[in-house]
Design a protein around this ligand. Structure first.
Ligand SMILES: C[S@@+](CC[C@H](N)C(=O)[O-])C[C@H]1O[C@@H](n2cnc3c(N)ncnc32)[C@H](O)[C@@H]1O
Length: 251
């Protein structure tokens, strides 16, 4: 068993890992137009392989991508090298304890990345780090898999897909007491005539909307919207909650 987001990095984009963020881009741009017209500098927190950071840089924004995994960051930097004129840089860091050299007007954190915060203190520390890194009035946009989503889609289940050069088996189990799902991901990646097999363990925790709202408020944010990725008001029955929060001017 290897650490989450190590070998997975080399096939993350190939199996569609960055699709959610890329599909969400038009809505994110709408959110920026509605609440963040002053946005020039962006931090994409838990940026993964950098696809969203690169797209935002193509929109003319100055973007920093931050991630815990050096393997995901290596993919991100390789992709950005093809477009040396883009204002995008990638740094290694932990969302719970990072600091930035200069503040930003927008922080994004997409596709379940926040669900990797397994303890209450991980989540509150992340919110405090984000508040510190934003200018007063700055926007914070992130999504979370809901309890409904983890219990249904990461519940006691097995999912397998064969894409030819890559195949994978996901075995998941959900604990209703901790609201955590553990996903054992077994990958097979073709190397010449053979397939290499490796296994990563991914654990996510889901949080009720009311709890997340409270923590955001305590960290100095005003919650502007909690929506589905399609822009409708989100409730506990929805699978993914997108939070749009603004750092209070006096925080
Ligand atoms: C599901 S991926 C999402 C990546 C990217 N945001 C996207 O939309 O494709 C989750 C990412 O969160 C990162 N991550 C998990 N815990 C982290 C932490 N404490 N600090 C920074 N990054 C973290 C992982 O390394 C991984 O790249």
């Amino acid at each position: 068993m290897i650490k989450a987001y190590s070998r997975f990095a080399e096939i993350y984009d190939r199996i569609g890992g960055d699709e959610f963020s890329l599909n969400f881009l038009p809505r994110l741009l709408q959110i920026i137009a509605k609440y963040g017209a002053q946005t020039r500098r962006v931090l994409d927190l838990a940026c993964g392989t950098g696809s969203l950071a690169i797209m935002l840089a193509r929109e003319g924004l100055k973007v920093t991508g931050l991630d815990l995994s050096p393997y995901m960051l290596e993919r991100a930097r390789n992709k950005a090298q093809a477009e040396p004129d883009l204002a995008v840089t990638f740094i290694e860091g932990d969302m719970r304890s990072f600091t930035l050299a200069e503040p930003v007007e927008l922080i994004t954190c997409l596709f379940d990345a926040m669900n990797y915060n397994l303890a209450d203190e991980d989540m509150t520390a992340t919110f405090r780090s984000c508040a510190r890194a934003l200018v007063p009035g700055g926007l914070f946009v992130f999504d979370l898999n809901s309890i409904n989503s983890l219990s249904q889609f990461w519940g006691d289940d097995v999912f397998a897909e064969d894409l030819g050069d890559v195949a994978y088996i996901w075995e998941s189990s959900y604990d209703p007491v901790t609201c955590c799902s553990a996903l054992k991901a077994i990958f097979f990646v073709r190397k010449g005539e053979f397939y290499e097999r490796f296994t990563e363990m991914h654990v996510e925790r889901a949080y009720p909307i009311s709890q997340v709202r409270t923590w955001l408020t305590e960290a100095g944010f005003e919650v502007l919207e909690v929506i589905t990725p399609h822009g409708k008001p989100a409730g506990e029955a929805d699978n993914r909650h997108v939070y749009v929060a603004r750092k209070r001017p006096c925080s």
